[in-house]
Design a protein around this ligand. Structure first.
Ligand SMILES: C[S@@+](CC[C@H](N)C(=O)[O-])C[C@H]1O[C@@H](n2cnc3c(N)ncnc32)[C@H](O)[C@@H]1O
Length: 238
């Protein structure tokens, strides 16, 4: 079977160029936004943790810059934080991780994918990381703060965090989050304001936190196109 045929075997989250003209038909094409995250050009000799990798777009990008990368995710959708009425009752026919494995093989990557919730990721097991990278994961979590605390515990250097923020809440001067898990379509528990994200990252254990930037991510096509406002925060230990 050719690479192009194997790519058609299952659905993709990330649009990724696998070489020889094969591009995965992902829901999300992050390629136009790479420059928004402020990732160092080179990461040679650095250990990097990517939280919530899905098909691995960011993990492979971090590796391309020279890093040794560990990528966390879960395979069974039932283990994800879903509001009770929406939790899948059965194991999905398409467990997470298939796209990652195929892309890793084609790209001849050494990224290590560890099936572990960020809630249970510890330095005792995984070691510490010069850079922890996390994109669009926390808004889907019931306990955003525990996840941030874990990231601080795993970090010996920097955090790059890109998350959706609530524009309306960002207009008020105090730190608030909007509860959104009652909405039927997306799984978003809490949508913090920009200030709230920043304070949460600091409170979790990053000593210096700055807003690197903001951008609007567009996804979907035609009538189904939607836009998500992201804030990119950089956190530093010491
Ligand atoms: C919206 S996707 C973002 C994918 C990628 N980080 C990006 O920015 O393009 C969220 C990812 O987080 C993963 N995830 C959800 N809960 C998690 C948890 N508790 N621990 C680790 N990963 C989790 C999901 O399985 C999914 O791959």
């Amino acid at each position: 079977m050719t690479v192009a045929e194997r790519v058609k075997d299952f659905g993709w989250y990330h649009t990724m160029d696998l070489g020889d003209g094969v591009v995965t038909p992902g829901w999300f094409d992050m390629r136009p936004y790479i420059g928004e995250y402020g990732i160092p050009d080179r990461l040679d000799g650095k250990r990097v943790l990517e939280v919530g990798t899905w098909d691995g777009f960011w993990a492979f990008e971090l590796e391309r810059r020279g890093a040794e990368v560990v990528a966390l995710d879960l395979d069974d959708e039932r283990a994800l934080d879903w509001p009770p009425r929406r939790r899948p009752a059965t194991f999905s026919d398409e467990p997470r991780g298939q796209g990652f494995r195929l892309a890793k093989e084609i790209l001849d990557s050494k990224v290590e994918r560890v099936v572990r919730s960020i809630y249970h990721a510890t330095p005792e097991e995984l070691g510490t990381f010069d850079l922890v990278f996390c994109g669009s994961v926390l808004i889907h979590l019931r306990d955003q703060f525990l996840a941030l605390e874990r990231m601080a515990g795993l970090s010996s250097g920097q955090l790059i965090l890109a998350e959706e923020y609530d524009r309306l809440s960002s207009l008020v001067p105090w730190a608030v989050s909007r509860f959104r898990a009652n909405r039927p379509k997306d799984v978003v528990f809490w949508l913090p304001s920009r200030k709230t994200w920043k304070r949460m990252v600091w409170t979790a254990g990053f000593d210096r936190v700055e807003e690197h930037g903001r951008f609007v991510m567009r996804a979907g096509k035609g009538e189904k196109e939607f836009a998500v406002r992201h804030q990119v925060l950089h956190g530093h230990k010491q």
